[in-house]
Design a protein around this ligand. Structure first.
Ligand code: AMP
Length: 208
């Protein structure tokens, strides 16, 4: 399974990726998670990336591409991978295609998790994440239901940044739907139902 997950921020790509990884044992490559870890670790990459992330802008392509290349080469990605949050624009998509072909691999499909924009805004505003295990929950979770860690609101889920992230998505990332449709690789799942229902629908669409 070599899969790209497409969809607006808050569409549920991370949750779906975690479910697929748990069941099929492929690698979850989330550029957002990798960048947040770099910021938390205070690495040179994290220091460079932070200002873009805080503003809801895309981090420069080359920084993100290097991260993805490194993860694709890791042992756990040899069995398959789920890219979550990458590619985010056409340059990244074209680079991914050429990188994979250099590795004699290719994408099976790009799955669009389709959610209406008013639902996205509600979800992002109430989204909370666990500082310890990364679990994604809502404002109703006082502590993490998985590990009892502290739940917090990502800086980029604050109202002033949400609007910009959605704008960046529409301008840069939404065109990838047509990019993958043109390659005959696009599949679409309705991402508005309950978590388990979306997962079941995604498996059906993916033929799993
Ligand atoms: P996410 O967790 O996927 O919503 O990503 C959080 C933030 O990380 C984004 O708003 C961007 O600033 C940055 N980011 C994540 N993935 C990418 C990417 N593929 N290209 C550029 N920036 C990215």
């Amino acid at each position: 399974m070599n899969l790209v997950l497409l969809g607006a921020p808050g569409a549920g790509k991370g949750t779906l990726a975690q479910q697929l990884v748990a069941e099929y044992g492929v690698a979850h490559i989330s550029t957002g998670d990798l960048l947040r870890a770099a910021v938390k670790g205070g690495t040179a990459l994290g220091i460079q990336a932070k200002k873009y992330m805080d503003a809801g802008e895309l981090v420069p392509d080359q920084l993100v591409i290097d991260l993805v290349k490194e993860r694709l080469a890791a042992d756990d990605a040899q069995k398959g991978f789920i890219l979550d949050g990458f590619p985010r624009n056409t340059v990244q998509a074209v680079t991914l295609d050429s990188e994979l072909s250099g590795l004699h691999r290719e994408l099976d499909c790009a799955l669009l998790v389709d959610v209406a924009s008013n639902v996205i805004i509600d979800r992002l505003s109430s989204r909370r994440a666990c500082r310890d295990c990364g679990y994604t929950g809502t404002a109703a979770d006082e502590v993490c239901p998985k590990c009892a860690g502290e739940m917090y609101q990502r800086d980029d889920d604050k109202p002033e940044t949400i609007a910009n992230r959605l704008d960046v998505y529409e301008k840069n990332t939404a065109p990838l739907v047509e990019y993958y449709r043109g390659q005959g690789k696009l599949k679409i799942v309705d991402g508005q139902g309950k978590i388990d229902a979306v997962y079941a629908a995604a498996k059906e669409v993916l033929g799993l």
